[in-house]
Design a protein around this ligand. Sequence first.
Ligand code: FEO
Length: 409
Amino acid sequence: MDCLQQITSDIVWVGGSDRRLALFENMFPLENGVTYNAFVILDDKTALVDTVDSAIRQEFFENLRAALKGRALDYLVINHMEPDHCAHIEDICRMWPEVKIVGNPKTFQMIRQFYRMDLEGRTLEVREGSKLPLGRHSLRFYMAPMVHWPEVMFTYEETERILFSADAFGTFGGYTGNLFSDQADYQRLYLDEARRYYTNIVGKYGQQVLAALDKLSGQPVSLICPLHGPVLRGGDIAFLMEKYRRWASYRPEKPGVVLAYASMYGNTQTAVHRLAGLLSQMGVRDLQMFDVSKTQYSYIIARAFEYSHLVLASPTYNMHLYQGMETLVSDMANLNLQNRGVAVIGNGSWAPVAHTLLKEKLDGMKQMNLIAPPLVIRSAMTPEQDAELEAMAEKLAESVKEQTEGIIE
Ligand code: FEO
């Protein structure tokens, strides 16, 4: 039985969602599944924009057949070759032998790498600005390299002004029935997961995301159809575009402090708790506290992109950072997080090096400004270190206050 939704009178959503998947990319926890979106355009010619993950094969093909109503498929547009969107290219070529696969040179290279398919006579190669008329509708292609992978392109439908944006503007979260963002409270229901999706999946490629956004800036857009999550409509389009510009330029959204710590016996945690209490007394309202052993790093990464300041605290473990902290800071560096005020606390009972290792990591990143000397604990904080902790809190609170006006633009 199909489960379709009309996007417009000629465009149909034929995607689905997977709520059984525990880890997206076998890495990122899914609390409420994920959608895989695909769209059919019905005109003189028919076009399918992207396919879906293999996990939802049955519902996808039921939807696709129902949407086509017995017509043949003329074009399969591939905006992104990651397997969560292109698992069914071979099936489609078998079912509709005359279908033309629309992609750029890198798309076809990746199809051959993943599927060893014979593409002879099946391809329609497009490049920047290429146009594909379907009848009343017409598709224009814009290359968006590294808006997640190098072959990514955006497809813009010119008549109804619809942007098919590949991974951009997507979010975690399964289908709720409200396919359009403005049918529900997008900011309340999706923003956190859209941020976690963007920052962890695409966060590294801010420069390329900004380039893609600039390319589209002159185009009127009535709908954005991403490959995951709701179709964006109304004010949610400008809202999320602004968020993307902010995330991609590594500008924080809010003044506040994310405190991420590792602690084996509670002593490092106590130091961070004391620091947080001081920050609160000094007027810092937004404090986000995470134990890296309890909260999977992708959630902390998202908060680190959201807030202006960061406190990292870790024990020394085998002369390295505690593993959860090592993972977190390495991932921050890998994702190019930058432009934050940072404070560091290191602990070690006989040869403390965590503070030095954290500082080295931060020094290797851009504009991660250490705003107070690292606090070095030997096993547990001493009363004599209270002044040092207070000084750190004062510097942090002052810096949060100073940035507030600059951030809220
Ligand atoms: Fe949803 Fe980059 O794949």
